[in-house]
Structure formats: C-alpha cells, structure tokens
Design a protein around this ligand. Sequence first.
Ligand code: ZN
Length: 635
Amino acid sequence: MIKLYSPIILLLLIFTSCGSNEALENEKESNQVIINQKVRDAHSYSNVHEIFTKHLHLDLEIDFNSKTIYGTARHHMKNNGTDTAVFDLKGIEIIRVTTGVKGNEKNTDYVIGQEDPIIGAPLSIKVDSLVTDINIYYKTTEKSDALDWLDPHLTDSKKYPYLYTQGQAILTRTWIPTQDSPQNRITYSADVKVPKELMALMSANNPTQKNDSGIYHFEMKQPIPVYLIALAVGNLSYRKIGKNCGVYTEPTMIDEVAWEFQDLKKMMSAAEELYGKYEWDKYDVIVLPYSFPFGGMENPRLTFANPTLITGDRSLITVVAHELAHSWSGNLVTNATWDDFWLNEGFTVYFENRIMEKIYGKEVADILALIEFQELEVEIKEIQESDHPEDTYLKLALNGRDPDEGMTQIAYVKGAFFLKTVEELAGRKKFDDFMKNYFKEYKFQTLTSEMFENYLIENLLKPNHIKFDTKEWLYGNGLPKNCVKIKSPRFEYVQKLSEEFANGKDIFKGKGSKIKRETYITQEWQAFIRKLPRDLSVEKLKLLDDKLGFKSCGNSEIMTEWFVLSINAGYTDVRPEIEQFLNKVGRRKFLLPIYKTLSKDKENLKFAKKVYSNARKNYHSVSQKTMDELLNYSL
Ligand SMILES: [Zn+2]
C-alpha cells in the first residue's frame, strides 16, 4: 500500500510538479490537450500535471432494481514519469484497480484518502513510470449525487424508470472515478448495458432507435472536460428537425417538444454566422423529466433540457439558445477552474442574446437582457450583505467552498455585461472579429480569467486604443460605473402599465379590454409583475388572476414571479397551485425564490416545510442540497 496523502500535501505536490517540455510539445503535435502547468484547481485532488487521462473507456451496466451502476473506467493516460496517479472520488465504492490494457491487466495497490465533505477523497493509485493504462472497477452508491434515479410515476408516461446524470460542477466524480478538473480534456467511449425496453444516450454519438440487445456503444471524439460526460436512460424516442439537429424525449411528449424547438436549425445557423463553425457535428436536445435541477445543461452533442421549457408557445426558447451557445463558450473554450466560471457563463449569456437578436430582433433581445439585469441588481445587493461580499467579483475565490456557490448572476449576467460594455466601446464589427479569433485560438483548451484578460488587452483594447479598466470588472465589487445601459420602450411601457394598475386605474377598460396573456411576451409579464408593489391588495391580485390566469398559466417563469408576489402580499388563495408546482417542478431557479419567500414568515414557513417534506424526493440532489440548507431540513 502506498502512503496516504493529506489534501494539503497533495495540492503542494501538484503545484510544485511539472511535466517535461518535450512531452508537452508532443501533445501539441498530436492535437491533444495542453495542461496548463501553473494553474491550480482547488476542487480536484488529481495530479494532472504528472499524469493525465487522454482517453477514457467506460463499461457500464445500469441496474434499476438496485439503483446502481456497475462500472469499469479504463483510463488511457499520458504519464510524465510518476509513481502515483491521483483521481477524484466521492460516493463511489471501489472494487479493484488494475494496470495494463484489457485482457492483460494486473492488480495494483491503491489508497483512498480522507473524505472532504465538498470535494470528496483522493484515490491514489500506485503505478510505475511506464504505466499508461489504469482500470478502475467500481459501483455507485446512494451517495452518488450526480445520479437521479426516477421511479416510473415521476416520468411523463408513468410506465418506465428513468436515469440521468448531472456532472457540473464536481459531480462526475460521484459516478465515474476521474481526474475531475476542467483542465483535463479527454476523449471518451463507452459500452452501456440497460434494460431492453429502455434506450441509453450520452454526450457523444447517439442512437436514434432502441435496439434488441439493450447494449449501446458511444464515442466522443472531441476532447472535453470530464464534467461534460453525461448519460440518460429511459423510454426515449427521437425526432429529426433539421439536417444535423433533433430532439429526444419520452414518446408521449415528442410531438410537443419537436414543435417547441422548431427554431433550433435557425439558431444553429445564426450561431455559426456569428462566431464560426459548430465543432461537434450534431446537435440534439433531450427533454428530461421535471426533477432536472437546471433549465438546461450543455452536454456536448446532447443538451439536457428541462420540461418547463415546453410551454406550447415557444416563449422560453432562449434557454436553448443559451445551451447551444455553450457549444463555443464552455465546451470548446473552457474555464480552467471554477473560479473562472464567468468565462463559461458570461460569454454564453452574451452569445445567447446575440443569437436571440439575430432571429427575433433587437427589441426582444433587449427585453431579455433587462430582465436578467434586474436579477443581477438584486443578487449583487444580496451578496454584498452576505458572508462573502467578494463573490461579486467576476474572478471568484471558491477555495474550500462548493463551486455551486459561484453559480450566481455575477458569472452569468455581470459577465455578459462586461462583454456588452467592451462591445459598445470597440464597436460591433471589431468586437465580433475579436470573439471569432478568441474561439479559434483557444478551441479545445481551457483558460483562466487572467489569460483572457491578457488576450483582450493585447488583441482588442491596445491595438484600438480603447480605455477600459479590466481590473475593476474582474476584481472589483459590484457593477463598474461604465457598465452599458440598455433602454427598451416596450419594457418601460409594461412597467408603466403596472404602476397605473397599482394606482387604481382599470387597465382592462376601453382599449385595455383586449389585453390577454398573449398580448405580451413572458419577459414583459415578468417586468409587469415585478413592478407591482409587494403589498398589493388581495382584491387586485384576484382581479389579475381572473383576467390573465397567472396562477395556473403553465409558464413557470411567470408562475414563479406570481407566486413570489402572492406570498409577499398574503394572497393565500394560490397555495394549492404553489403546492402543486413545488411537487412537480425540480428546477432550482424556480424552487429557490418560492421557498425563500415562504421562509420569511412563520406561518408560510410551516406550509413550506410541509410541502417540502413530501416534494423533496422528487428533486435532484443539487436542488435538495440548496433547499435543505434554506429550510434547515434534515432527514
Ligand atoms: Zn450556461
């Protein structure tokens, strides 16, 4: 057995060690990934600077009866001459570890270090300096937080079980033993065995039909960070909607989903026109069950999407534009650590808005940006009053904390407004050329905020004599004064309408008699509801519900705004709708504001806890964790 390292010593080892230059040159030639030697990732134990995975092959058997994945992770590695390979591990049981290629393996010693509640434990494997193949035999446990095993009643058809994974930020280590740092880009392949009545899909080349064997083979030929390895298993069907794009979901939903995402092909052309070729061959979207904790997850070739996007009026399609944009920002050019998360998300929100502008026009894009900007302002205030006011910097310092804590509007919206502000100063043409070059220059690589800052200064700011203080944006509190301002007459109009209504005007009289839910887009209604006073009379709230049916309109963005206002204003008639919503939807973006508002007073908190104790089992661990903390819930 080899020595057990403490996390600190291990990090020191990682930090002080280097591979040889020759080895790096060879990697460059073979178009493989270059590991940046100076970047330290506080959320991974792995010693990627000494030995790193180039290709991972997975043999997986999915057992729905015991809710277990039995797996072998075969890592083909580049070894710079080390005697230990360190992997990340959490909630996984190791069965044995071997070295050598399949069929010619020998057992090797390993040791699992002390478990940290956030980043898990290091799995240190003894190797000799010539070893390049390590095979880890393992099984998942109920602590494998990436996995959401759904009983049939939580699916649309209610007939078959379902499984999906969520890897970002550091959950891949809970279902595959890997070097779980975004710095390590790998290719992967997999053989996955599932019950015969189900189909398996991954973030790789995918089947479009079930087969009789229940065994599926996958290849991901482009190098990706391991948080993008993803798997979904269920009773699924496929519908092609463009030359190289389509949708997957349960057969009972396929017509609706295909209709809702019809504009996918337009979005792909718009994105390519903006920032260059789509590098992943195919782009499909899978609509998962309601427990999925996010709006979407940009797993390459196969975006995972939340069924709350299916509204029947294509009004929440912007999330798909967002996930598609990640095919460039995030998946092609990736944040080196979770402290640089804004490089993934800020760029993507910016890019998403440009796609929306190209297809639906500037008016719509501006309304979308303003709604997000309002959310940013609220969140900045909250963060400034929290224990971590420094979380309003774009460059985060999440050492010792869960990287999920960096998933705030800072990375997303402040990041996007950084780019919008630079765009305004440079002019669109120059800015777009810069972005195109950036994606080309760094494709299939990872970078830090500092590397981007330098690239921006050298390639856009300096040559064009643009005065722009990158430091105050990256390492400064709140929003810098030079932040671009967006004006939208349509946004202002609904805000005025809202004020008039609150002040007693009957907005449904005369010309207003034609106002319906469809009169305004989702984000205009959000702006309208947000502008209403938090203590609006119950009578007025009832009137709006009678006329516009917000409480059961089926659009979860609007419903969430409405529930938050209703709770604040003491409009308790909507409790049955709130309860129903919380039992069905597991998307954290909606759960959090509703539970948070409920927890502000004693009576509502009692109601929230009652609902949660029943609804909790319908959520993914990502949402459970957030709500457990918020409601002080323990099993
Ligand atoms: Zn995103």
